[in-house]
Design a protein around this ligand. Sequence first.
Ligand SMILES: NC(=O)C1=CN([C@@H]2O[C@H](COP(=O)(O)OP(=O)(O)OC[C@H]3O[C@@H](n4cnc5c(N)ncnc54)[C@H](OP(=O)(O)O)[C@@H]3O)[C@@H](O)[C@H]2O)C=CC1
Ligand SMILES: O=C(O)[C@@H]1CCC=N1
Length: 291
Amino acid sequence: MTSTGAVLDDGVGLPGGGLRLAILGAGVMGETVLSGLVRAGWTPDRILATDRRPQRQLELTARYGITMCENGEAAAAVDTVVLVVKPQDMADLLAEIAPALRPGTLVVSLAAGVDTASIEAVLPAGTPVVRVMPNTPAQVDEGMAAISPGSASTDEHLDRVTEILSATGRVVTLPERYQDAVTAISGSGPAYLFFVVEAMIEAGVHLGLPRDTATELVVQTMLGSAKLLRETGEHPTVLRERVTSPGGTTAAAVRQLEDHKVRAAFLSAIEAARDRSRDLAEAARQPGTRP
Ligand SMILES: NC(=O)C1=CN([C@@H]2O[C@H](COP(=O)(O)OP(=O)(O)OC[C@H]3O[C@@H](n4cnc5c(N)ncnc54)[C@H](OP(=O)(O)O)[C@@H]3O)[C@@H](O)[C@H]2O)C=CC1
Ligand SMILES: O=C(O)[C@@H]1CCC=N1
């Protein structure tokens, strides 16, 4: 099932149906969600956030006008709690909020690897949980998020999470068994593409191009190629073949990529990310662990 940005019919004309939401762990991804909500029209009085670092708390209040508070206080005051700490910090956070949650509060986890069953096991019985794997292009409203229901979440909960994430990009609903693979593809994926961009810029500099020129050429080529894929709907192989003139420059380059086993390297890298996601599930069950 794919959804692309419908606003819930809330009857009061507010995004999110006038509900209140808390972001627990306002680091990179927490701020990505927070800034998306603000761009989507959520007013600061409907958003609470927490973070361990006092300097970070001051920064976010200054930037968004939101209230920063303690985890338990935030969890008790809202309808939707979004967990955005690292998997290794999850057990401690869950222990802190479990006594504070009101019945029916929706708990949304964005942590890699952490399964809904292990979250449900330490929260009050019947707490609805939704697992999400987002990515950082949400910062420019081009995110890709996959969401999966836990055992007590309903269609209304999935709709609520879909609406929140649709503010910053696309959302798909998938069975939870796919989440480790999703994490390896779209969660970590931006890093692989930035890695390719870095490598191409360095290659351009090696060939004698000024660095800013190489950067402009590579970034626009990445953007244009993504747009071509999306807008034509053509298979990437077809689009690659259109660039590859017989006996030409592209064929010479692709031959080198194959000789250096770049395709196999992507497969190994993505398998490693999937395996790490599985390992993090175990780390998340142990309080205070940092593998
Ligand atoms: N970054 C990404 O691209 C993506 C991240 N995610 C997931 O999002 C989660 C967060 O990742 P990311 O934002 O990159 O990490 P960050 O380290 O940037 O953010 C986590 C924040 O949570 C804070 N924190 C830790 N424990 C607590 C606590 N008990 N109470 C309040 N705040 C706390 C951390 O503080 P401190 O610095 O002191 O530890 C930090 O500021 C992870 O689980 C990750 O798997 C998912 C998809 C993509
Ligand atoms: O690297 C990580 O563990 C997180 C999850 C997906 C992207 N960043």
